[in-house]
Design a protein around this ligand. Structure first.
Ligand SMILES: [Zn+2]
Length: 291
């Protein structure tokens, strides 16, 4: 083969392997081939981005100081699970209201990461999550995000679904129906205007709600009211169940917090989260894929 042709073949091989690096240009990539992209619908393209090659995932994990490479979530279920109120979390006349739940019924060994409020706006966190392709869902409260909607627009551009966590983060059961409607539906309007989309998910602050909360939420387009089964902090975990462990389909809560709040950064918290999740054999999946 002429030297020029050999160079061309090498260049093609590097492309086909997702450009593994100069030291191994001819080795085929071990994972799915990124060039075989599915149709360019937004969700498909997001899902294909999540399925990075194993080598790329391992390299990203190392860059961000994770002890193990995160496991890849299975493909989203074709038949979506039926979501109902968690037992003991129902409201009177709750038929047809957005269900409150802490775990998605699934046998997949996955957990869902949800991040609340929006106080800390750490650019390194956005880079980390985009690099590692760890899916998560954000629940935003307007009084904490209104000083920098741009940060959350960038999050949305990366494929994250932004959801409703009220205008001012009040204890909702202490408010009238009209006041609750203002808190929830007012946030729907702001999110549509400032962040581009009207959410389908709403999380009541502190996980506190009553029938009026869910009726008000339904009146402005909310379909689900997920709360959580575990909470992860920068230095520990807290569990709702007495067995103190993760279960398939569990929703994990954390917060946009920084060094002033909990002696660590958002990336520190994600390292703590991923360590347990991966050690126990779970992948992180995208909540919206199961709803
Ligand atoms: Zn909150």
């Amino acid at each position: 083969m002429a030297p020029r042709a050999a160079v061309a073949v090498l260049a093609l091989a590097a492309l086909a392997s997702g450009c593994a690096g100069a030291d191994s240009p001819v080795r085929p990539a071990p994972g799915p081939q990124p060039l075989k992209a599915p149709p360019a619908r937004a969700l498909d393209s997001y899902a294909s981005k999540l399925r990075l090659s194993l080598a790329a995932r391992a390299a990203a994990a190392k860059r961000w100081g994770l002890t193990k490479t995160p496991l890849t979530a299975p493909a989203p279920p074709v038949k979506k699970p039926v979501i109902t109120f968690r037992k003991g979390f129902e409201v009177t006349d709750g038929e047809g209201l957005p269900p409150v739940f802490t775990t998605v019924p699934t046998k997949d060994k996955v957990v869902f990461l949800t991040i609340d409020d929006g106080a800390e706006k750490d650019p390194a966190f956005l880079r980390m999550m985009s690099d590692l392709k760890i899916p998560y869902t954000a629940f935003l409260s307007n009084y904490l995000v209104e000083d920098d909607y741009g940060y959350f627009r960038e999050m949305r551009r990366q494929g994250v679904t932004l959801n409703n966590h009220t205008l001012t983060h009040p204890y909702l059961p202490g408010l009238s129906y009209e006041e609750q409607e203002h808190e929830i539906c007012g946030m729907q309007d702001i999110m549509e205007k400032r962040l581009g989309k009207r959410p389908a998910l709403f999380r009541p602050p502190y996980g506190n709600y009553n029938g009026d909360t869910l009726r008000a939420a339904r009146s402005c387009g909310i379909k689900y009211a997920p709360i959580w089964n575990e909470e992860v902090f920068v230095d520990h975990w807290e569990y709702r169940e007495t067995d103190q462990s993760l279960h398939p389909g569990d929703i994990v809560l954390t917060h946009f917090r920084g060094k002033e709040d909990w002696q660590g950064t958002m990336p520190d918290m994600i390292r703590r989260f991923m360590e347990k999740v991966t050690d126990e054999g779970y992948a992180v999946a995208r909540l919206e894929d199961y709803l």
